[in-house]
Design a protein around this ligand. Structure first.
Ligand code: AMP
Length: 428
């Protein structure tokens, strides 16, 4: 299938060809015809699948097909994070070349005045984070009474951040006969309920099962104690010169510490998280995109939805508390069909989290020694036995350094690494 088959107008097709988009991605070929018909859509897709274009292209087509006298706010796109909102607006800018449409982005953390001025000049599309949008509505700078299409992007993330009440309030301010497009990487019950309450007979589209995304990625886990992680991170960065590396930490403080250590070793690194100003986050992302800083350290929320090309390695410096986050994190490295590499650092306290991840991806992640050599099966078995002897819930217990750091090898060709019963895995 080609973009021409999907029924998009000539200026959009031209832009796609200029940007070397030859074939629609699966989410695009499923969603574009439905959106063009004016249908509501529930799209199960994560970032990296081409979902931004899947909703933006048909929206632009519809806006140009029914021109109004001067710009009128007809499309509202809600995003969980400031970065994602900015990125969507950039995509709109790219895809709408040659169309006489105007868009603006309203996000917190930056002065409100400029946003108010842009809106007052007249726009067709508004990309917003819910909090700042509600502020602007309260100040009477934005009205949603002419909205024709609402997009809820990364709905599960908006739920996690606590935006659900704001989203329901905002939807109530838009006309009942609007078109609603909801995209989410996962479908927790609250999102299913939102779709049931606010969408009309939606077309359901879904791409790549969460576990299959992970299949193209070369994944390994390195067992080590928590204290060895900074040095292991430095070594890993040194092993991959010239490659973009994204490092995920559980906490903002952790992200700052890793950045500080890497910079002290002469490895250009930037951290992005919720305590950084919008300007700082944007500068860090720009430096990473341009390649002047090759390591970006992020917390999950700060990194969500950010599109960064050519990431060579994803490091789970800390394993995530929510196992599905592992798949979102490593998905940064296998964009557009490319293969990638993901390394997880796993301390004794994180074994349970590792098991939960392996349950989600439906496979065991091969274990490596800290020096990058394959962990010998006997060592891996010893590790597993030690692990099963640990008292459950002893999360803060100090691991025995000798057992957890660089386990020594045994005979090759034995059992598969870190074998365990299905019962154990299921209880993780
Ligand atoms: P997204 O999932 O929207 O974040 O898109 C991921 C990346 O894929 C972005 O860099 C897009 O520019 C790119 N992309 C989206 N659709 C296509 C396509 N049909 N062909 C080539 N690249 C695409």
């Amino acid at each position: 299938m080609s973009f021409t088959d999907l029924g998009l107008c000539a200026p959009i097709l031209k832009t796609l060809s200029v940007n070397k988009y030859e074939t629609p991605t699966p989410i695009q070929s499923q969603a574009i015809p439905a959106v063009l018909k004016g249908r509501d859509v529930v799209g199960l897709a994560q970032t990296g699948t081409g979902k931004t274009a899947a909703f933006t292209l048909p929206i632009l087509h519809r806006l140009t097909a029914q021109e109004t006298k001067g710009p009128k706010l007809r499309v509202l796109i809600l995003s969980p994070t400031r970065e994602l909102a900015t990125q969507i607006n950039d995509a709109i800018w790219t895809y709408s070349k040659g169309l006489r449409l105007k868009s603006a982005v309203v996000i917190g953390g930056v002065p409100v005045k400029r946003q108010q001025r842009l809106i007052a000049q007249g726009i067709d599309i508004l990309v917003a984070t819910p909090g700042r949008l509600e502020d602007l509505i309260a100040q009477k700078s934005v009205k949603l009474n002419h909205i024709e299409t609402v997009v809820l992007d990364e709905a599960d993330q908006m739920l996690d951040i606590g935006f659900m009440p704001a989203i329901r309030r905002l939807l109530k301010l838009t006309p009942n006969n609007r078109q609603t497009l909801l995209f989410s990487a996962t479908m927790p019950k609250e999102i299913a309920a939102l779709a049931k309450d606010h969408l009309t007979d939606p077309v359901q589209v879904a791409v790549t099962e969460i576990s299959s995304t992970a299949e193209r990625i070369d994944q390994t886990v390195v067992h080590m104690d928590q204290g060895s992680k900074p040095t292991a991170m430095v070594k890993l960065a040194e092993k991959h010169p010239g490659k973009r590396i994204i490092v995920f930490t559980r906490t903002k403080r952790g992200a700052d510490k890793v950045a500080k250590r890497l910079n002290a070793e002469g490895i250009g690194a930037e951290a992005i998280h919720g305590n950084k100003s919008q300007g700082q986050r944007q500068r860090a992302l720009d430096a990473f995109r341009k390649g002047s800083k090759l390591v970006l350290i992020a917390t999950d929320i700060a990194a969500r939805g950010i599109d960064i090309p050519d990431v060579g390695v994803v490091v789970n410096y800390d394993l995530p508390n929510v196992p599905e986050s592992y798949v979102h994190r490593i998905g940064r490295t296998a964009r557009a069909g490319a293969s990638g590499m993901a390394v997880a650092f796993c301390s004794a306290d994180e074994q349970k989290l590792l098991r939960a991840v392996e349950k989600v991806i439906k496979k065991q992640i091969p274990a490596m020694n800290a020096d990058g050599t394959a962990m010998q099966p006997q060592a891996a078995r010893a590790l597993d036995k030690t692990n099963s002897r640990r008292t459950p819930g002893r999360a803060s217990g100090k691991p025995n350094k000798r057992q957890w750091h660089k386990p020594r090898g045994g005979k090759p060709g034995g059992q598969s690494p870190r074998r365990r019963s299905t019962k154990n895995a299921a209880s993780a």
